[in-house]
Design a protein around this ligand. Structure first.
Ligand code: LHQ
Length: 256
């Protein structure tokens, strides 16, 4: 069985971590498959939205601690595998959705946080488990967490290492939507389908603008908005959007 399963449904690409016996912990093979999968999705015109999920009862338990040896060069491991993966998800021009079916721990939570939208099952939990094994948040967790929940809650999660349930994650703004496990796929698909029908060029610029705004001044953000808007306004998708609005019908976007 492949450690990463791929399913395609029109413009939606599902990447499913498939090591359920280890709650989809990340070993070298899975890390490589994920980086390859997200990288290919970025360049494949048929892919218009990417959904990440886990098979079995977990989303992702972070680094596989059974395969990991502490005498290994951790810095090198992070820099050559984890950081490129987080960058690839954040910089992917297609919208990414985490379908959080179960526990997301350590770098598994970082991976979830790197996605643009998060739909969680009521049974999902999030845990900054690093401190429990004497480590510190990595793979973007300190960055994403602090921006999403503020330093006080970020410190609570990172220092205590206690799991939070899906409803707390929703109240704190760590996930966008919480649904019963039976309808997790349906609810995720509702959004993924809409994203896959959206204007790809504008979506890419929206991602870049919002991500960059987190560390920009108002002036810098507005300048960036102008630059992206000039390009968006010159697109065929924009003309199609306007026509559809005037004719009171749904637009068809194709990324030109
Ligand atoms: C696992 C794992 C796992 C292997 C559950 N590995 N088998 C990057 C690079 C370099 C240095 C290190 O750091 C990093 C980044 C990181 O991600 S560090 C953080 C690594 N992850 C963790 O510390 C989480 C470890 N796991 C847990 O704390 C718990 O398993 C959680 C809270 C995720 C789930 O708890 P439970 O629901 O009670 O499940 P469980 O503990 O019974 O696990 C089920 C099985 O999955 C079990 O195997 P077994 O054969 O006994 O049934 C676990 O051993 C296995 N598993 N996480 N990371």
């Amino acid at each position: 069985m492949p450690v990463l399963e791929e399913e395609r449904d029109d413009g939606i690409l599902l990447l499913a971590l498939n090591r359920p016996e280890a709650l989809n912990a990340l070993n070298d093979e899975l890390l490589e498959a994920l980086l390859d999968g997200v990288g290919r999705a970025a360049h494949d015109n048929r892919v218009r939205a990417v959904v990440l999920t886990g098979r079995g009862r977990g989303f992702c338990a972070g680094q596989d601690l059974k395969e990991y040896q502490p005498d290994r060069d951790v810095g090198e491991h992070l820099k050559t595998r984890y950081l490129p993966l987080i960058r690839a998800v954040v910089e992917c021009p297609k919208p990414t959705v985490a379908m959080v079916n179960g526990v997301a721990a350590g770098a598994g939570m970082s991976l979830m946080l790197a996605c643009d939208l998060k739909v969680a099952a009521t049974t999902a939990t999030l845990v900054q488990s690093f401190v429990r094994i004497g480590l510190v948040p990595d793979s973007g967790s300190s960055y994403f967490l602090t921006r999403l929940v503020g330093p006080s809650r970020a410190l609570e999660m990172a220092l205590l290492g206690d799991p939070i349930d899906a409803s707390t994650a929703y109240q704190w703004g760590l996930v966008n939507r919480v649904v019963e496990p039976e309808i997790l796929r349906e609810a995720t698909w509702e959004w993924a389908r809409r994203l896959a029908e959206g204007p790809p060029l504008a979506q890419g610029w929206i991602k870049r603008a919002i991500r960059a705004a987190a560390h920009s001044t108002l002036e810098e953000a507005m300048e960036r908005e102008v630059a992206f808007q000039v390009q968006a306004a010159a697109s065929q998708d924009h003309r199609r959007g306007l026509e559809a609005f005037r004719e009171r019908r749904a637009p068809r976007f194709d990324g030109r």
